[in-house]
Design a protein around this ligand. Structure first.
Ligand code: G6P
Length: 551
């Protein structure tokens, strides 16, 4: 079966949806005191509570049947065994190999990729020891104190998010910066914050053809050479590269000895586990990086071996599918109640939206159902004072994940207690809401007049019945973070199978790049040569006129 949408089960789910959509979560909780026990999973340092979702045991049983109909178990094995499931690029999808701690081989075209994975990890380890122990010195003999990762998309968001999330594990003498945007401001500000003679630039690019990254790297290289009075030899003490493209790295002027390799079977947005994680290793050390890999490996094993009924990423995926394709939910909220996880929504945005933002199925046909959600989010409690109004009383249904650590790295007075009180309170409020009776009683106690009560009642009541998952983690450590990220990766994979799309390509980013290349030439020459619509033409002409006047 290619798609669940052709299945008789689909009709059963649609029928079932009609009855579920009439039920209120408040009543479901009321009628079943075991609801939490039934719909939550304890796994290692995780408690995954999905009981505040609009479902019953019947819903889950139908969704699990659907998972069986799309041959989920067989498809998981296809990924883990290195089959070329990225059909449009004819590639294996093996980020799981990068954290394979089982000692078992994984083959691509008859070749065990684990040998090269281990070799690169060893190279990363040795290099990080040299940098962190100050044996590796800059051109003028000073130790490295600043790491600047130059990359974009998958070569930026993962390491950036992980370094931020694991700040408590960071080297106290080493600062890590990230430059991604082609806007010169990004690089300029980082250059202000570092001492060039103590800086190591990591040029991270899978393809080593990405315009933003190469332009930023060229400029940084120029600045470094200028700093050392024209000495190009300084480059090899201050620049390393991470890429799959050795030739382009050489052409750029980085000695392949200073290159850390990865492979085309690692998707950019799944690459933080590869040498793309070099900035992470330099910052938190190899042991901690290995813990990150280990945490992801444990999640991989859980995903691969656990029955669907207890399988966290499978359930996460089915819930997203349930809301998107039955309730018509278009977005997915990620709310980490942990300041260190503030970049998690940005990171997951690429992971979800680049993977499953597709409208053509694996057979090349246009599809007529909703696929990947618009993912967004912000750390709690900040969001509560801005957009949560819409979550509570707006017209959109936003299924959300609330994520919090039980233990904080910064036990300041009662901050964590207040933070967690809010974490628990929000999902309860979203689920329960506040009935008109409750609001009325409250206003009567406050001695409001009958007229006032009547007028304010609709504004002050909350419908509730808003779904959420709660992910409670003992502590944010390299290991638990690794597991958390891997859960999201696998959830995306399962959803891609449900929608019968290829989650591992991203052709949709190409058109803008092609047009920008053409327009760049026009801006540089000051005249339009290609065809544009009148809006784009008008904008460019305005820019050309104005920039001539001003500069
Ligand atoms: O690592 P690179 O080859 O430089 O690619 C960087 C990023 O740019 C591309 O346009 C893709 O949209 C991303 O998936 C990728 O991660």
């Amino acid at each position: 079966m290619n798609s669940p949408f052709n299945s008789p089960l689909w009709n059963a789910l649609e029928e079932h949806y009609k009855s579920i959509s009439q039920l209120h979560l408040r009543d479901l909780f009321h009628s079943d005191p075991q609801r939490f026990t039934k719909f939550s999973i304890c796994w290692n340092e995780f408690l995954f509570d999905y009981s505040k979702n609009r479902l019953t045991e019947k819903t889950l049983s139908l969704l699990f049947q659907l998972a069986n109909e799309i041959n989920l178990s067989e498809n998981i094995e296809k990924m883990f065994s290195g089959q070329k499931i990225n059909l449009t690029e004819n590639r294996s999808v093996l980020h799981i190999a990068l954290r394979n701690r089982s000692g078992q081989p994984i083959y691509v075209d008859g070749h065990n990729v684990m040998d090269e994975v281990k070799k690169v990890l060893e190279k990363m380890k040795n290099f990080s020891l040299d940098i962190r122990s100050q044996q590796w010195r800059g051109y003028s003999g000073k130790p490295i104190k600043y790491i600047v990762n130059i990359g974009i998309g998958g070569s930026d968001l993962g390491p950036r998010m992980v370094c931020r999330a694991l700040t408590p594990y960071g080297h106290k003498e080493i600062k890590v910066h990230f430059v991604s945007n082609i806007d010169g401001t990004d690089l300029a500000e980082v250059l202000k914050a570092v001492e060039l003679d103590q800086t190591l630039f990591i040029v991270s690019s899978k393809t080593f053809t990405t315009k933003e990254t190469l332009t930023n790297a060229q400029t940084a290289r120029k600045k470094l050479i200028e700093y050392f009075g024209g000495e190009t030899k300084a480059v090899e003490k201050h620049f390393v590269a991470v890429s799959t493209n050795e030739k382009a790295v050489k052409d750029f002027g980085i000695n392949p000895i200073n290159m850390f390799e990865f492979w085309d079977w690692v998707g950019g947005r799944f690459s933080l586990w590869s040498a793309i994680g070099l900035s992470i290793v330099l910052y938190i050390g190899m042991e901690n990086f290995e813990e990150l890999l280990y945490g992801a490996y444990l999640a991989d094993e859980h995903f691969r071996n656990t029955p669907f009924e207890k399988n966290i990423p499978v359930i996460m995926a089915l819930l997203g599918f349930w809301y998107g394709n039955f309730f018509g939910a278009e977005t997915y909220g990620i709310f980490p109640y942990d300041q260190y996880l503030e970049l998690l929504p940005n990171y997951l945005q690429q992971l979800y939206m680049e993977s499953n933002g597709k409208r053509i199925n694996k057979e090349g046909k246009l599809i007529h159902y909703q696929t990947g959600p618009i993912l967004w989010g912000n750390p709690g409690t900040n969001g509560q004072h801005s957009f949560f109004q819409l979550l509570h009383q707006g017209t959109h249904l936003v299924p959300s994940d609330f994520i919090a650590p039980i233990e904080t790295h910064n036990p300041l007075d009662n901050h964590h207690l207040i933070l967690l009180s809010n974490f628990f309170a929000q999902t309860e409020a979203l689920m329960k809401g506040k009935t008109e009776e409750e609001v009325k009683e409250e206003m009567e106690k406050a001695n409001l007049s009958a007229d006032e009560i009547k007028r304010l009642l609709p504004h002050r009541s909350f419908p509730g019945n808003r779904p959420s998952n709660s992910i409670l983690i003992t502590k944010i450590t390299p290991k638990t973070l690794g597991s958390l990220i891997a859960f999201y990766e696998h959830s995306i994979f399962v959803q891609g199978l449900l929608w019968n799309i290829n989650s591992f390509d991203q052709w949709g980013v190409e058109l803008g790049k092609q047009l920008a290349t053409k327009i760049e030439k026009e801006l540089a020459s000051g005249s339009l040569v290609s065809e544009h619509d009148c809006s784009t033409k008008g904008l460019i002409e305005h820019y050309l006129r104005e920039s001539r006047v001003k500069f």
